[in-house]
Write a protein that binds this ligand. Sequence first.
Ligand code: AHR
Length: 439
Amino acid sequence: MQRRDFLSLIPAGLIAARSARAEDAEIRVFLNEPTGVISPLIHGHFIEHLGGVIYDGVWVGEDSKIPNIGGVRKALIDAMREIGPTVVRWPGGCFADSYDWRDGIGPRSSRPRRNNFWANSEPLRKLPDSSPAKNDPNWFGTNEFLRFAKLINAEPYLAANVRGGTPRDLDEWVEYCNAPKGASTPAGRRAANGDPEPFNVRYWGVGNESWGCGGDMTSEEYSVEFRKFTSWVPRYGPPLSFVASGPNGGDYKWSQGFFSRVTEKDPRLMNRIWGWALHYYCGTTGKGDSLDFTSENAYDLFERANRMEDLIQKHWAIMGQFDREHRVKLVVDEWGAWHKDFNILAPQHLFGAVPSMRDAVIAGITLDTFHRHADKVAMAAVAQLVNCIQMLFLADGDRFCVTPTYQVFAMYKDHNNGQSLRSAFEAPTVSFAVDGKPH
Ligand code: AHR
């Protein structure tokens, strides 16, 4: 190997080039240069009312023959307990900006059935109208989700509807979840629905992808909505940590536009923002098949996953122009490899695929990146937990298994609350071709 490049940004998983020899690689760890404590919230998850994620990935129902705890698949709870504690985000995704939380409370038999945000997707269109993926029965609502979060030892993270909802809807949702026992009519409704004690939900997303499915807004328009939605929200026990809807990958204009406008009325409004949500899917390569790929396709995808490094650094630098002390942190609440649909278990598994070890490497690269930036990334959520995109589980009826991505989360669990240290890697460059051209 003639040339040795200093690749301080490349995670260990990438340096095993086909032609590289182990003695060519060097890792240096700077023991006196801590970067931050790795929050357990970085190893977070996401469940959306999309395809087969909730029904029956998570929710099988109390009367199901499938072992369950209060209607939630027991095998999933058991496996999640092994890799927690962490955070779980719900109800979307794009679905969140079409959701009325009031539909999902009260006796299940009288909850409305509503057309699901994703019902018109090609694979779901062919399903009967009775499919819960198409017309959502709302059996899994706020109480069910918050109990699920508790069962798996995860902080709940709720996403509010900004496109179709109002600040009042958010206020009342907060009141329903957090008002002290017996304090008000919403607290009484919560008790009547089985949960007298407040849930004390701390993390609240203000919309989702407001640049797209969450309202097709400009960053300036969204900054106005963010101010309205977070103004005078009722506060009870825990502090409320609001996560603003951040950029799509490398859309730096969105970060610049939002931060410059959100504080134009008063710079102190920066204190309203706890997290800035970044979404980045590294997608797929080659033919898009999750299983049929060449090693060039694999390297191509690893390189795309590795772009998270740049995204974090660049958005962070923009945030620093408006928030010099860097009080606001990054929340990467959707990430993962996204291959062509291949619904091997059930037709309702929209955005499903068969996971492989390649996806596990993507998970490792991404979590390594977050660990390196433990001072910047306060929370993250892989998309999604089950039967969807970079899933940790496949489930349908009584069939259930963990995926290679789950194994990565199990291995990385021990980094939770660990001290991240600056490190540098020296290794031969990996070269590969994309469409026959050297990359
Ligand atoms: O995770 C699937 C979808 O991808 C989410 O609903 C949306 O936020 C993103 O575009």
